[in-house]
Design a protein around this ligand. Structure first.
Ligand code: 26V
Length: 823
């Protein structure tokens, strides 16, 4: 990786990277921080390296913007409330192809340690999970494919909370990731945007009063971050909006007491982008989130329209020059806001404005869970955004007129597709708004797109059949393979040359090598090296010890009932029960790893975390389990932890109740890194099986159709009565073994599984899950060559799951954009 690649014309970077030769690095270190060279701390050194790198890419960044502008190229705008970026330094160094130079230069600095330096960068955790990480992978692919694109999001001062585990339970700590100045971002105060709400606030004696009808003006300050594509040609921009209050009030007019109120008011406006909302089913109805969504939409559309007009375009050309993708319904107010701009500012007629709006916007759905489908009270729109509410009413009026013509006399269909839900309270259905107001609605895996069309919004799909499509998710191989797994990446480069990170289909050439014993040996060695590296990292950073020779079995993702971490726990308890009751039982030695955050108000999910920790404690202290069974919950799951654990995993757990996981993306990352998968036929895991061959993936359990068919008659009690192991394991939950001295600690979980109907059907799938795990354990121990063969075949079949393929499909089938090569 230290060699510059042919054709990447990296020579121009050489010389610029002489950090030690009094160049960028020394200057930044000494002058930015005003410290002597040898007195700087690790954080200051990180900032200096990052700044130097930003200096190096600045010219390319400017050239990218200038080229896009000059060519008036069609531009993609990706609107998302979340971008789960993680760290930027190593990814940028890799993508620019300058890792060799940087490492070499830093080696000559006696105070410098590359690994420690990387650790000084906090994760930019501006997202909850899959949806936010997908946005970050897409930004990488857009830049790599040289597609003109800007990502728009919010600059939360506090990202996803930091998870600590106290006595086995999750404790949320604020993530003050911007405590130190962020070296990547550029504040562009001169490009600030003003957005207005029709509702103001007033402090009176320290309490807040709403003043409907009195407009409040807010400022959006853009903070730009460079997104360097692999090969370093295109540097796109991620623009995050920070909220500020314009100093529109004249401080001189305020008397002494009001001065303080005025400042409080200002502080309040600036609080808008303080914190990321956790993905929380109870989060609906919260005014701050509503205003955040509008703030993103208002600032971004103003910016997009300004760029469009600056290039001298006529309004009629909007869809030919601009493609706006809505990442879920969070920015769906864009439908009404773009109409407002075209009607009130551009002064177009309704029909033309509507045609341009629909052709410019597109929408991606990321979940079918009913509690996650957004609805906002009509009253909230009326209070804050009355003009948008008027526009939504008018859209609905015209739309329902068309529907009436299509289905005369069918009032049920009208009430189902209406943008407004009438009962129990009047609310705007944001998914309906997004489908009606855009030309494209896509799901994120085949099964998900089908269920969306056939079940969730079947009426709308009937009305607009041509609007629906599937775009199966993908992940960037740069971060998830090249960066995360240097051992395997080096082997791939040895076998295939160095083009695979940009052409992941080339992994298919590994297929025949699965039969080559010498290659299998090297492959196994690379995988073991990754596991050893992970083991050392775990010991050093988290003080957890694992044996890299054991089968590492991992489930990492948000903690949610539908993802069924509980099913995994029930299997572990089954193995433990056998170890306790059968002295001849001798399973293949395994390490079970969990990580994931629970929404702060999701009590059951938090209880599941505690259960995992209690089970880990019980198992790990029992001599009968020693060397055979080990369980660990790794705190604070995030991008950086994922980069560590995924390459070291042998078995990936993708065990959601079929029909509930829209796609999953960690499943793809595990596959690329050579893990085998145990999974239900859900999300993109189904497509992984189609590509790798059913014999190379471990499917178990009910299909989505079977889940739906079984639900009405499903009785979890039957399994308890008739399956001795199921009964033994559920009884362990309320025994002294797991929660000594507190046997009722897991009553809630027992109730969910037995008394409340087990909505996610854990017990229905438990038997088949356990049998499948038994087969997996045997294969691992009895046939290591066969395991490695399957592992290689999985990597070989993973090329399809590159986000480059996904983005090429969006570009061709939704956006109609072409690459715009930078000279
Ligand atoms: C909902 C809410 C509700 C209120 C406050 C904040 C918030 C944030 C996120 C969400 C919904 C998240 C939906 C989501 O992350 N879906 C995941 O998207 C992945 C990428 O397409 C996909 O792989 C996962 O299967 C899907 O669960």
């Amino acid at each position: 990786m230290s060699e510059p690649r042919a054709g990447d014309d990296l020579e121009r970077y050489e010389g610029m990277f002489r950090f030690r030769d009094q160049d960028y690095y020394d200057r930044h270190l000494v002058f930015d921080h005003v410290v002597p060279m040898d007195g700087a701390n690790q954080r200051q050194r990180f900032e200096a390296v990052a700044r130097s790198l930003r200096d190096v890419l600045t010219q390319r960044w400017l050239l990218t913007k200038e080229t896009h502008h000059r060519r008036n190229a069609k531009q993609v705008y990706y609107l998302s409330m979340e971008f789960l970026i993680g760290r930027t330094l190593l990814n940028t160094v890799n993508n620019l192809g300058v890792r060799g130079y940087v490492e070499e230069d830093l080696r000559s600095d006696p105070h410098q340690d590359w690994a420690e330096l990387l650790d000084a960068e906090p994760d930019a955790g501006l997202g909850n999970g899959g949806l936010g990480r997908l946005a970050a992978c897409f930004m990488d692919s857009l830049a790599t494919l040289e597609i003109p694109a800007i990502g728009y999001g919010l600059r939360y001062e506090y990202g996803m909370f930091r998870q600590e585990i106290h006595d086995g339970s999750q404790v949320e700590q604020p993530d003050n990731w911007l405590m130190h100045p962020d070296p990547w971002e550029v504040a562009r105060t001169t490009e600030s945007v003003e957005v207005s709400l029709n509702c103001s606030f007033e402090f009176q004696g320290g309490t807040l009063h709403r003043l409907p009808g009195q407009p409040i003006h807010m400022l959006g300050i853009p903070y730009d971050r460079p997104v360097a594509g692999h090969g370093g040609r295109t540097i796109n921009t991620l623009r995050l909006w920070g909220a500020a209050s314009p100093d529109f009030f004249d401080f001189g007019e305020f008397s002494g007491g009001e001065f303080v109120d005025a400042v409080l008011y200002k502080v309040m406006a600036e609080s808008l982008t303080r914190v990321l909302y956790p993905d929380d089913s109870t989060a609906r109805g919260r005014t701050l989130r509503f205003v955040q969504e509008y703030f993103l939409v208002g600032c971004s559309l103003a910016d997009i329209v300004r760029r469009f007009r600056d290039r001298g375009n006529a309004w009629a050309d909007l869809p030919d020059k601009v493609a706006i993708q809505l990442n879920d319904t969070h920015p769906a107010m864009a439908v009404a806001e773009l109409m407002r701009i075209l009607l009130d500012e551009a002064r177009l007629g309704w029909d033309e404005a509507w045609d341009l709006t629909v052709r410019t916007l597109a929408y991606t759905n990321h979940t079918l869970l009913p509690e996650a489908l957004e609805k906002w009270p009509v009253e909230m729109f009326q209070t804050f955004l009355p003009r948008l509410m008027d526009i939504i009413y008018e859209i609905n009026h015209r739309f329902l007129g068309d529907v009436r013509a299509k289905y005369p006399g069918d009032n049920w269909v009208l009430s189902r597709v209406s943008l407004i839900e009438e009962t129990p309270a009047r609310q705007v259905r944001m998914a309906n708004l997004a489908i009606v107001g855009t030309h494209s609605t896509n799901g994120v895996a085949q099964i998900h797109s089908r269920l969306l069309r056939e079940v969730t919004v079947a009426d709308l799909a009937d009305i607009f059949p041509g609007r629906f499509s599937n775009k199966t998710n993908g992940v960037t191989p740069r971060r998830w393979l090249l960066l995360a797994n240097p051992d395997l990446a080096a082997l791939l480069t040895e076998a295939l040359g160095d083009s695979w990170p940009r052409d992941l289909d080339r992994l298919a050439e590994l297929g025949p090598l699965a039969e080559d014993a010498a290659f299998r040996e090297k492959f196994r060695a690379a995988r073991l090296a990754a596991k050893v590296r992970f083991g050392n990292w775990l010991k050093r950073d988290l003080d957890v010890e694992i044996d890299p020779e054991t089968l590492v079995d991992t489930q990492v993702k948000r903690i949610h009932e539908y993802k069924r971490q509980l099913l995994n726990v029930l299997h572990i308890l089954t193995v433990y029960h056998r170890l306790r009751t059968d002295s001849s039982f001798d399973p293949a030695p395994r390490t079970y790893l969990f990580a994931g955050k629970a929404a702060p108000a999701y009590h059951l999910a938090k209880r599941i975390i505690r259960l995992i920790n209690d089970v880990a404690a019980a198992v790990n202290r029992d001599p009968r389990a020693r060397g055979r069974l080990r369980v660990a919950f790794l705190p604070n799951y995030g991008v950086t932890l994922a980069e560590q654990v995924i390459p070291a995993t042998d078995l990936s757990e993708q065990i959601s109740t079929a029909g509930y996981e829209a796609s999953g993306t960690s499943n793809m990352k595990f596959m690329m890194n050579g893990a085998l998968t145990i999974g239900t036929r859900d999300g993109a895991t189904i497509e992984m099986g189609e590509r790798a061959g059913e014999e190379n993936i471990f499917f178990f359990g009910l299909t989505a159709a079977e889940v739906a068919a079984r639900r009405p008659s499903y009785d979890p009690g039957w399994h308890y009565q008739n399956e001795p192991e199921t009964r033994a394991v559920l009884d362990m939950l309320s025994s002294d073994l797991i929660s000594p001295g507190d046997p009722s600690r897991y009553d809630l979980i027992r109730q969910v599984l037995l008394d409340h109907g087990d909505y996610f059907m854990h017990l229905a799938d438990l038997g088949s899950y356990i049998q499948t795990h038994d087969r997996i354990g045997n294969l691992w121990r009895e046939d290591p060559e066969g395991w490695t063969r399957k592992s290689i075949l999985n990597v070989a079949a993973s090329g399809y799951f590159s986000s480059d393929r996904t983005i090429e499909e969006y570009a061709r089938e939704i956006w109609d954009v072409k690459p715009c090569p930078i000279p």
